[in-house]
Design a protein around this ligand. Structure first.
Ligand code: KDG
Length: 338
């Protein structure tokens, strides 16, 4: 197993019960989320040692969030507690013609306000094999953008592999007029593994990708990414075909620096219980395969099955074990369509 450090904001998620709109009834369900923590929880389930690095509010909410991560096997010694507030997000799951609604309430959170030099990266990364980051962290403001870049650079300097999930969130960047292309390019330039599709690459590299087959667009984006980012060895993404709010088809693609493309054929996913965190579960599954040294085909099939399985688990975290993911891969419970 590997030692993985995840750096990012820990959020409380407040969601309307069932298919209700927000506060349709005066009741909300609470769980813990945050893209990087979601990846960490999956990796811990798959047997890795995962340390979370973050900053939370020094109050009962911050305590509860750190405790929840520990309950799922994460090491929280690197979670700083400072006076301030927790970031929140509100969710109203979609239903039929009504799309899901996500409302962030995280401006000025303890994490967003933490100074870039608040983290002792050489110490936090000592003994680690991987550092996982995502594009959510630099989208929160200049402090967190600098912190993410410092983390990635320290990892490179220490020989710790860097995994980066593009996770482009336009509304967060717009809130402070952040220069997403430049900042994301800087981070991707440190990455060994990149989770991103042609849309992310379009934002970062300004590429125009052919209106051809989805797979061709991913291939073109990957070629651009490998040309732009010297350390990059793997790029992975899912290809999603929406059916309706309850159901979609997901395929997976993993491209290597040598141009080899491994495909996981599309799986039909639905009825969807909760799709939030599906991308994080996919990233964790692919990382697990890369850590294990599996062949690219097995790695991407495992990642895709892990991402699909998350859609059947309520909350942000995927609690699926390796055996459960493998059972899904083998069982062909989903229709396999090309
Ligand atoms: O990938 C899941 C995330 O979207 C969720 O946990 C909230 O971190 C979050 C974000 O910034 O969107």
């Amino acid at each position: 197993s590997a030692r993985v450090v995840c750096f990012g904001e820990l959020l409380l998620r407040l969601s309307a019960p069932g298919r209700e709109k927000l506060l349709q009834r005066p009741q909300l369900e609470v769980c813990v989320g945050g893209a990087e923590a979601n990846v960490g929880v999956s990796l811990a389930r798959f047997g890795h040692h995962v340390a979370m690095v973050s900053t939370v509010a020094d109050n009962a909410l911050g305590e509860a969030v750190a405790g929840e991560l520990r309950r799922h096997g994460l090491d929280t010694a690197g979670v700083r507690k400072v006076p301030g507030r927790m970031g929140l997000y509100f969710l109203a799951p979609g239903a039929a013609q009504r799309p899901a609604e996500v409302l962030y309430d995280r401006a000025g959170s303890a994490f967003a306000l933490a100074a870039a030099d608040a983290y002792d990266w050489p110490g936090l990364l000592a003994g680690a094999d991987w550092l996982h980051l995502s594009g959510v962290t630099p989208a929160l403001g200049a402090n967190t953008a600098a912190a993410a870049l410092a983390a990635a650079r320290a990892a490179r300097a220490a020989g710790v592999k860097v995994s980066f999930d593009g996770n482009f969130r336009p509304s967060l960047w717009q809130a402070w007029n952040g220069d997403a292309p430049t900042i994301l390019r800087g981070l991707m330039g440190q990455a060994d593994v990149l989770f991103a599709d042609h849309r992310d690459m379009g934002v970062v590299l300004g590429g125009q990708y052919p209106q051809a087959e989805a797979l061709e667009r991913v291939r073109a984006a990957a070629a651009d990414a490998f040309a732009a980012f010297p350390h990059l060895r793997w790029m992975a993404c899912t290809l999603r075909t929406p059916r309706n709010v309850d159901h979609h088809a997901l395929a997976g693609v993993l491209v290597g620096r040598d141009g080899a493309v491994a495909l996981a054929p599309a799986l039909e996913v639905g009825p969807i219980v909760d799709r939030i965190g599906g991308g994080d579960a996919f990233a964790a599954g692919v990382l697990h395969g890369l850590i294990r040294g599996w062949a690219p085909e097995r790695t991407i099939r495992f990642g895709l099955a892990a991402g699909c399985l998350k859609h059947a688990i309520p909350g942000d975290f995927s609690l699926a074990s390796e055996a459960e993911v493998e059972a899904l891969m083998g069982e062909g419970r989903f229709d396999v369509k090309r």
